[in-house]
Design a protein around this ligand. Structure first.
Ligand SMILES: [Zn+2]
Length: 178
């Protein structure tokens, strides 16, 4: 069994049943991982508040057939996003983008520091985010009409779109505005 201590950004938290939870994390030292808290652990209810989506926490994980949260402590609850539904929705969109575009347990210090810096304020620049992930808007054109004036990135398809083509994308799809 291995043990890790790492800072994480909590992307999601899901109830598996009455006593079990899974958390979706972007970890400074591990990349994107999923970890569970099980009913065997009496501490689930104690740890759960430290693993709210859109929180920076320090977690101790054990790994044996997957990650298990052994301990967690909130570092930054990012209150400035929680003061209005508009800001909160904006930040949740970034979490959705991370879930859509990052799959692997791969450490990316550049991305980690960008997340820390960006979430310390309220302005989210997706052109920077996409560039770190290897999608450089500077060299891109609209995938549909070849326009050079790109305005959006469609996360699921990983394509850039211009304003007009972006308008045609259904509302339920994750569209990042550059
Ligand atoms: Zn277009």
């Amino acid at each position: 069994m291995r043990e890790y201590l790492t800072e994480v950004l909590v992307l999601d938290k899901n109830k598996v049943n009455e006593t079990d939870l899974t958390v979706d994390l972007y970890a400074k030292e591990l990349g994107r991982i999923k970890a569970k808290m099980t009913s065997g652990q009496k501490i689930t209810s104690k740890l759960s508040p430290h693993l709210e989506p859109l929180t920076f926490s320090l977690v101790r994980l054990t790994e044996k057939n997957g990650f298990v949260v052994a301990d967690a402590l909130t570092q930054d609850y990012l209150k400035h996003f929680r003061v209005s539904p508009v800001y909160f929705a904006k930040a949740l969109k970034l979490l959705s983008a991370l879930k859509e575009l990052i799959y692997s347990e791969e450490i990316d210090p550049k991305l980690w520091f960008w997340l820390k810096k960006t979430l310390a304020k309220r302005e989210i620049f997706y052109s920077q985010f996409l560039k770190i992930l290897g999608y450089d808007p500077k060299l891109a054109e609209c995938r549909k009409c070849r326009s050079k004036f790109i305005k959006y990135f469609l996360a699921a398809d990983q394509i850039f779109l211009c304003r007009n083509c972006g308008f045609k994308v259904p509302q339920n799809r994750l569209l990042l505005e550059l």
